[in-house]
Design a protein. Structure first.
Ligand code: HEM
Length: 501
């Protein structure tokens, strides 16, 4: 016989497992009309799901060769559900433009990140923070650049301290995460908070806590998730700490505004714009605080991963360092450290874009959940189906990128512009440039993120000589975590201050 506590755990979990299997069978039946990659039988599909986990890119590329011409969507087996993807990148257009009432980005986000619990979607799930990012921040990029540049210079000095002529090795990603958090927070909350090491650590910690908790809650029945969150989650504690940092800032700004009236100069940062929104709608100060936390979650790791991929790719191909340095020096001489200078750096931009094309976040992006039974391109999509874009097919498709599509060509987008007259930059999104998603929910922070990454790359190249700290200088291997892909977390880079700086 099971003892009380064992029974309390095993009985509900077994019930949940049986329920999940029954649901999986039901889901498979409803998706019978969509061809499968791998086995379509509900039991055998788990074997395919395992193969998919072991070699995601190979599994998809082999599977894609079996797709019949004219197929619009295929389904790919995940461990917990089927993932429906466009059979050709073109097919994602309709998904990307679909209204949220039929294909919802929010519902998908809620399932993956358990946003109701980890990101307080019940309070801030209206996503009002998108407006200030899309409009105020993007419009202010030029004005904000001097302070972003100042922060980047100081953040690099603090993260990679060096004596004259000294080569020193740093495990790169943990230091870069702090640099990115500090620079991003210069525009999110401003000085002095963006420099507070504990505030920076808490933001990094929050992002990790969201990922870990979302995995743990996902396997629990919905009815138990709220209890588990209240009992075990570190996130409410992180919100309290964030409030301790941000509340005095909010109070001080409000007092100053009341005191100075018309002559008050509103700080140009996202916190200010979010405070305006909260005031207009009569919301408590917790509202802008939770939104700043959400923006930090959405921007720190994405930017750090994308940037690290680019730097690893550059240092493993050192022949491109000099041409990049020449372009950077020329643009800075002509325009100073301005937005105009960064916009002129076309090789740097093409390099970054190529890096984003070849080193992507995982197998899919731009998740949408069918809120109701609907039809996309004439194909019935049942309620509850997960539809995504395929990063593998979009970014590696040889019909789009040519026979050398698997190769790293930093000049690719410059050549394409010369051939077609069409400028494709790091912020351009399309069915085959999906790093920032595409369509209705394409990342509104991409203009800032790209400016930040170009600025950092230019500063790293101007300030340091760098080499990968390994025997052969080869690019550190990316790591797959489930169906997501991240750059090597433990690789080190050797730095030396450049003599001419
Ligand atoms: C390299 C850095 C970044 C990458 C790769 C990235 C990527 C993405 C992706 C893939 C999406 C979802 C698109 C979709 O579902 O179609 C997204 C959404 C979003 N991103 Fe970013 N992001 C980055 C940086 C940022 C930054 C710096 C901010 C803010 C300061 C930001 C704010 C947002 C917001 C608010 C959304 C939700 C948009 C919506 O639902 O309509 N992101 N991002």
């Amino acid at each position: 016989m099971l003892e009380g506590t064992q029974a309390a755990v095993i009985v509900p979990l077994s019930a949940w497992l049986i329920y999940s299997l029954v649901r999986a069978f039901g889901q498979t039946r409803k998706l019978d009309h969509i061809p499968s990659i791998g086995f379509s039988d509900p039991i055998l599909s788990y074997w395919s799901a395992l193969q998919f986990l072991i070699d995601p890119i190979g599994f998809l590329r082999r599977g894609w060769e079996t797709i019949q011409p004219g197929t619009k969507f295929v389904k790919v087996p995940g461990l917990t559900r089927w993932i429906v993807m466009p059979a050709v990148p073109e097919q994602y257009k309709e998904v990307a433009g679909a209204p949220d009432r039929s294909l919802s980005a929010d519902m998908a986000g809620n399932e993956f990140l358990q946003g109701e619990f980890t990101m307080y979607f019940k309070e801030v799930g209206d996503h009002l923070q998108i407006g200030p990012i899309r409009h105020n921040l993007t419009r202010s990029l030029g004005d904000l650049l001097p302070s972003v540049h100042e922060e980047a210079v100081l953040a690099l000095e603090d993260a990679f301290p060096l004596k004259e002529n000294e080569w020193k090795s740093y495990v790169f990603m943990p230091s870069l995460l702090k640099v990115v958090t500090r620079i991003s927070n210069r525009v999110l909350v401003g000085l002095p908070l963006c420099r507070d090491p504990e505030y920076i650590d808490s933001n990094v910690h929050y992002a990790t806590a969201v990922f870990v908790e979302s995995y743990l809650l996902y396997v629990l029945p919905y009815s138990l998730r709220g209890y588990a969150h209240r009992l075990f989650s570190p996130i409410p504690g992180i919100v309290n700490r964030m409030t301790n940092w941000m509340q005095p800032l909010i109070d001080a700004r409000r007092e100053e505004k009341a005191k100075l009236g018309q002559s008050w100069e509103q700080p140009q940062d996202v916190l200010s714009w979010l405070m305006d929104i909260a005031e207009e709608r009569g919301r408590a100060d917790r509202d802008p605080i939770l939104r700043i936390m959400g923006l930090n979650f959405g921007s720190i790791h994405t930017t750090s991963i994308t940037f690290t991929n680019a730097l690893y790719s550059l240092l493993s191909r050192p022949q491109y360092i000099d041409p990049l340095r020449e372009e950077i020096d020329e643009c800075i001489q002509e325009e100073g450290w301005t937005k105009a200078a960064l916009d002129k750096m076309s090789l740097l931009d093409s390099f970054l874009k190529e890096s984003m094309r070849l080193d992507f976040f995982g197998v899919y992006i731009g998740q949408r959940m069918a809120v109701e039974d609907c039809t996309v391109s004439g194909i019935p999509i049942p309620k509850g189906t997960l539809v995504t874009a395929s990063l593998v097919d979009g970014h590696l498709n040889r019909e789009i990128w040519g026979p050398d599509g698997d190769e790293f060509d930093p000049y690719r987008f410059i050549s394409m512009e010369k051939e077609t007259g069409r400028r494709i930059t790091s912020v351009t999104t399309s069915i085959s440039s999906l790093t920032f998603g595409h369509g209705r929910h394409a990342c509104p922070g991409r203009f800032f993120a790209t400016q930040e990454m170009k600025l950092m790359l230019a500063l790293f190249l101007q300030t340091y000589d760098m080499k990968l700290d390994n025997k052969d200088g080869a690019r550190p291997k990316n790591m797959w975590v489930g169906l997501s892909c991240v750059p090597n977390q433990s690789a080190s880079i050797m730095f030396r201050k450049r003599a001419r700086v």
